[in-house]
Each structure stands twice: as C-alpha cells, then as structure tokens.
Design a protein around this ligand. Sequence first.
Ligand SMILES: *Cc1c(COP(=O)(O)O)cnc(C)c1O
Length: 389
Amino acid sequence: MMPYRIPYGRQSINQADIDAVMEVLTSPWLTQGPTIERFEKALADHCQASYAVAICNATAALHIACLAAGLGPGDRLWTSPNTFVASANCGRYCGAEVDFVDIDPGTLNLDAKLLADKLAAAEVAGKLPKVVVAVAFAGQSCDMRAISQLSVRYGFTLIEDAAHGVGASYLGRPVGCGQYAAMTIFSFHPVKIITSAEGGMVLTNRADLAERLRRLRSHGITGDPAQMNLPATGLWYYQQLELGFNYRMTDLHAALGLSQLARLDAFVARRRQLATRYDVLLADVAVNLPTIQPGAESAWHLYVVRLQLDRITLSQTQIFDALRAAGLGVNLHYIPVHLQPYYQALGFKEGDFPEAERYFSEALSLPLYPDLTDEQQVEVVEILRQVLG
Ligand SMILES: *Cc1c(COP(=O)(O)O)cnc(C)c1O
C-alpha cells in the first residue's frame, strides 16, 4: 500500500513511545502483566472514572459492553447511522436486532429529539431498545445529558462509543467520566487520538460492570473465590462461570498506550489548533464548516466539511479523485451503516435516514493529525481551493 503524501490521519510515535515498548519486550511480562493495570489506572484517572478495562480493540470492547448490559437475542440496539460499522455490529454479535436514529445535521451526532420521538413510538409498540450506542462523531460528544434522561425514562443502557473522543470534554468534564453513560468505549487504532496499535478501553463507574467486563475479556473465567459457584479447592483454582473470549490487551500494546496517554493533552491541543486554522483558511472556499454545540469540546479526531455542491461544477467523486491524485488522502466518514449490503439484506434501504444520507453525499474529511505542519495544511487548502474552482 502506498501511503498518501498527506494522509487524513496518522499516528505520532516518538522515542519515549519506542522506549516504553522496548522496556516491556525485555521484561518478564509480554501479556497479563502489570503494564495493563497501569494503563487502565492512568486512563481512569485522566477521565475521572472509577474503572477502566483494557480490551484488545474497541470492536471487542463494544461487544462485551453489550453483553455486560444484558443484550441478547430478541433485544434491540439503536445507534447512529453516521458511524463505523462496529457501533452497530456489536448488537448483531449478541443476536439482537439493530435499528438507527437519524442525525442532527449540525453536530452529525444521533439526534436526541428524534430519539425521544422514536422511543415514545416504540413504547406504544412494546419494542423499546435495551441498549443505545451514542457515538461521539469526530470527537464531539452527543447531547448526552438529554440522552441519559431518556435512558432513565425508558430503561435502556446508554453506551457511549467515544472511539473518536478520548481527550474530549462535555459540560466541563472529560468524556468517559461516566456521568451520563453506563460505559464509554475508546479506540486506540493508529488513526484515532492516541494509539496502542490495536487497542480499546471501557470506562465505567459501576463495579458490577467492570467485574463482568474483566471476566468476559478472559474466557468467562474468574480466580476470585468470592465469585465462584462451586467451592474453591486451592490457590491455583479457577472457574469458568460463563462463555467469554480472549479479548485481552497485551502489555506491549498497553506500554505504547500508556506512553501515548502522556501526550494526549498535547495531541488534542494541536488538533484543536489545526481545526481553528482550517476554519479561517476555508472561510472563502465552497464548503460548510463543522459545528460544535455549546458545552462540548471536541477531541477533533476528524475535520469534516460539507461540500456546497450547488456552487461547484464537479461531483463529489470527481473532487475525491482530484484530491487523491494530488497526494491528499482525503476520506469519507461515513457511508451510512444502514446502506451497507449486510444491513440492506436485513431490510434497510435508501431513504430510511435522510439526514445521514444527505450528509454522506456532501461529506469530505480533510487531513488532521498532530504532526501535520502549518505549511502542509495551507497546501491542503490551496489544492482544495483549486479543485473546487
Ligand atoms: C474505530 C472505531 C471503532 C472500532 O475501533 P477498533 O479499535 O478499530 O476496533 C468503533 N467505533 C467507531 C466510531 C470507530 O471510529
């Protein structure tokens, strides 16, 4: 694969990150060692949460978060159509039905008013969801206060997919603090805010959920006699209480994640600075700029503009082709999940979620990552200006 000269996202690895991984590599523990707990504790502290459970990736984290919420066959999970497929697939892994709630055209997040309407109708029909996955698109929190009020009223578990959102804040507190969501999921894939190569984390304030997540990530096994159903017979004894998985993070990955966590504030500050610069540089370009709701501080995983296609002669595809030919790894977040062939085969079709579909037909993610230089950013805008004419 040839990397683009300027990709849309890229990790930033320094010598301290490399040293941290090398140190673990020559230690007694490559996995199931102490670095995982250190990473968990450091992230929980950073986010003001009681518990953090490290998982091998955020997709697996979403899966066991749904299981911990009790999701199973016959249940329903609702999420935003404007997300990566993992936010919906986690429901399918549990055998649940998946449905979507259209987005707010401003924040591009699941629209809390539409959610309220859909819940009222579902209550009448006896088809309420057990889980709602609220996705902090591009790193901006959803209207979590309103959605959490709905979770109390209608009795669903609110899971926050903040794969884009580590380092963001909402109403003065860090995303992941657990004030509104029962569980918050972060991803440490290299394009996200901090990386552990592959990796994810679930944050929660509930001891019961943390304990269940720890068990599910490790085969459903416990070594804690207090949790055992049969009498324990020795110190070496363990019992499998339920069907779990090997969803553990390794100490090598945790070492990289922990080292990157020390750089999180600097990463987010640089992303915010670049986003503010884009706002200025793009003022006279035929695009609509991202909007942030009052009270939210985005982690700026993505800088997404909407093309003003009525002012541009080229189509969206032609614009993408031209930008990529010029060496810019622009991207499109996201193809609405309900339009994926897998979900269309389940009965979804074009027109089901018109705001997400309209947004998709105009969207363009511009390069944004901490090591993007001011000069490169100016070049991105100049190329875009030429292409749009
Ligand atoms: C990246 C991403 C995931 C999955 O993260 P992995 O760590 O790659 O499994 C889930 N949800 C959203 C919104 C994402 O962007």
